[in-house]
Unconditional design. Structure first.
Length: 343
């Protein structure tokens, strides 16, 4: 597989109807690949709409995937060159720890074990999975994608913990150097509208400006950060999938990798970018942060991209302003999704 040519690859994408998952299918289609099996839980929300413009060979419900793969010959699913495992509950406010363990941790363990067994049999099934920057907690232990520092990390919520547990498992079981784990930072962009309260602040702010002309941001609860100057590493989904596919197609790239912009920006920067994209004068209000998230709130995130760059990824990262402009003008305003026929 080459970074811009996946035409000969057969790929399994879990979470393939979701936000980053469907963007990966879009990016694969644009690189000449449609031998894709999409796995997800479609449920009752609208994420099925993300699939309508995309090209793929088959769809499998998540509860059916592991049983079918475990059958002799993988049932009708066949062999895969690449597994892109994006399927997970991504809600940072989910409180059902048992559900997160089963869905995010145990499922990933089982799927990784299957992929590694295929590789051991000579089928060379590359396994790439989504971890998260939520594993870094408040950032006091650093945000280095260095497996030797995993034991120092303290996630602030159960979602982050569920991702961290698998990172630890992969290292302790001795296969982290045979797979790729991606610590996604604050990714935003097309195909996220089904995520409800977990959709990005760009998406929420767009709706607020259209509805009231005002963007509401949380006040800071720390004296060292003024209101709106909390900082996050925001990354456009088009960059996120380009980074992901580069690592997927680079055999020597294994272990954990930060997937971010490498530059922390403030919530005020993001809000002003939304107003600029809509050609509106900025009007921002600050509201109280809910008590339920105050002790779990990240005030600063910034990805160190050293390992990603060392793995040969040289493309520039889209600026926050340009990314927000593309998202708002070309997707949110016309209510469009990622389409392989459109860049």
């Amino acid at each position: 597989m080459k970074p811009n040519d996946f035409s000969g690859a057969r790929v399994l994408v879990t979470g393939g109807a979701g936000f980053i998952g469907s963007a990966l299918v879009w990016a694969l289609n644009r690189r000449g690949c449609d031998r894709i099996v999409v796995c997800d839980r479609l449920g009752t929300d609208e994420k099925w709409r993300n699939l309508t413009p995309l090209r793929f060979a088959d769809y499998v419900e998540a509860d059916d995937l592991l049983p079918r793969l475990s059958r002799p010959g993988g049932s009708a699913l066949g062999k895969f060159d690449l597994v892109l495992h994006l399927g997970a509950c991504s809600s940072t406010t989910e409180r059902d720890a048992g559900f997160l363990i089963r869905n995010n941790y145990e499922f990933t363990k089982d799927l990784a074990a299957w992929a590694l067994k295929q590789s051991a049999r000579g089928r060379k099934t590359r396994f790439v999975y989504a971890s998260s920057a939520a594993t870094y907690g408040d950032g006091s232990a650093g945000m280095e994608d260095d497996e030797s520092k995993l034991n120092n990390l303290r996630p602030l919520n159960m979602y982050g913990c569920s991702k961290h547990l698998f990172d630890l498992h992969a290292r302790q079981a001795g296969f982290l150097n045979k797979v790729v784990g991606l610590k996604y930072f604050n990714v935003f962009g097309p195909n996220e509208d089904h995520k409800g309260d977990m959709r990005s602040v760009v998406h929420k702010s767009f709706g607020q400006v259209r509805g009231t002309g005002v963007i509401r941001l949380f006040k800071s609860c720390r004296a060292d950060y003024r209101d709106g100057e909390q900082e996050r590493d925001f990354l456009y989904v088009k960059d996120a999938v380009a980074m992901t596919l580069h690592l997927a197609a680079t055999p020597g790239a294994n272990g954990l990798f930060n997937i971010g912009s490498g530059q922390a920006r403030t919530w005020l920067d993001l809000a002003n970018a939304v107003f600029a994209a809509l050609k509106r004068k900025p009007h921002i209000q600050f509201i109280e942060m809910p008590e339920t998230i105050r002790d779990k709130y990240q005030y600063f995130t910034q990805a160190n991209l050293g390992r990603l760059r060392a793995a040969g990824y040289t493309a520039p990262v889209t600026s926050l302003e340009d990314a927000v402009s593309d998202y708002v003008r070309n997707y949110l305003v016309p209510d469009k999704r990622l389409d392989p026929a459109i860049a």
